[in-house]
Design a protein around this ligand. Structure first.
Ligand code: UTP
Length: 301
């Protein structure tokens, strides 16, 4: 095991997927812009990156990049209107989105899969470890994940994925990790990764979620990764090669996350995430918590 002292500064946020599960809502805007309570999903993700010091952010965008760029840009006319009205709460809320780190954009071209999207970051990232955050997965700001993954990357010199334990029947919706049982102080070594296995063939109930801290060796692997499941260049396939090989930048490790995570990747889990997060919010929480039991009781009638 090697120890590196690199401190990671760059985060890559792929947002070029077609978002077919949310059509028609995502016909003209990326699914990462769908509101979760009162902010687009991607703002939570950018905030998470910035909170652990990843202030150089690269978004991989597609044909609908305009809404993303606009959201993180300043809107002077709106700011002066709110200022004139003395509405400091809203003013601060819109300014918060435009004061988050240094955001760059690159287009993916054809959305040929998550692995292909990550490869588009090669020039910007260069030869340093970097984080990848997917807008589908929201990690509660009160729970630690990314900082632990960054620590593990520095300690191992390899790549790190985030894992959660799921019901065996759910594993076919995720990448699945076959792990080495050795206890390594809060993280595990991954022997093998399998993309969306059938429950009967899954090597474990540990599912890969949308946070990665990757060694730049992943780029060389992605350059020759053939399209896999669904005809897409899968990041999981490249990580599988890194897990199985040896040498600088090889080795894949997993941090098992047991905190609060909100899946916003499909319509039902998105709705649940909105309700969960709204119940926790100071302004909407009390009203929603009062109404929810009344509503569920009315359904039972
Ligand atoms: P998904 O697998 O959820 O695909 O992508 P999707 O296209 O966004 O959504 P569905 O399945 O059609 O509804 C996971 C993440 O990878 C990004 C997506 O934007 C999302 O953040 N992605 C996926 C890309 O940036 N490019 C791609 O080619 C594919």
């Amino acid at each position: 095991m090697t120890t590196t002292n690199t401190s990671i500064r760059k985060a890559v946020i792929p947002a070029a997927g077609l978002g077919t599960r949310f059509l028609p809502a995502t016909k003209a805007m990326p699914k990462e812009m769908l509101p979760v309570v009162d902010k687009p999903a991607i703002q939570y993700v950018v905030e998470e990156a910035v909170n652990v010091g990843l202030t150089d952010i690269l978004m991989i965008t597609g044909r609908n990049k305009r809404a993303l760029e606009d959201h993180f840009d300043r809107v002077p006319s709106l700011e002066s209107t709110l200022e004139a009205k003395g509405d400091t709460t809203k003013l601060e809320a819109i300014q918060a989105a435009s004061n988050l780190g240094d955001i760059h954009y690159v287009r993916q071209g054809d959305p040929m899969g998550l692995g292909h999207a990550v490869l588009r970051a090669r020039q910007h990232v260069g030869h340093e470890p970097f984080a990848v955050l997917l807008g589908d997965d929201l990690i509660d700001a009160r729970d630690e994940l990314l900082s632990k993954m960054i620590e593990v990357q520095a300690q191992t010199g390899g790549s790190v994925v985030a894992l959660i334990e799921v019901e065996p029947s759910q594993i076919s919706a995720y990448g699945c990790a076959d792990i080495d049982d050795t206890d390594m102080n809060g993280f595990v070594r991954i022997r093998k990764l399998v993309e969306k296995p059938e429950a009967a063939e899954a090597p474990s109930n540990l599912a890969v979620i949308g946070r990665y801290v990757l060694h730049p060796a992943v780029f060389d692997v992605l350059e020759h990764t053939e399209p896999g499941r669904g005809g897409e260049i899968q990041l999981t396939d490249a990580l599988q090669e890194l897990a199985a090989g040896e040498g600088e930048g090889y080795g894949v490790y997993g941090v098992v996350f047991r905190g609060r995570r909100y899946d916003t990747g499909d319509k039902l889990s998105y709705l649940k995430a909105c309700v969960q997060l709204a119940c926790d919010s100071d302004d909407l929480g009390p009203g929603l918590r009062e109404w929810l039991p009344e509503f569920t009781a009315s359904l039972a009638k």
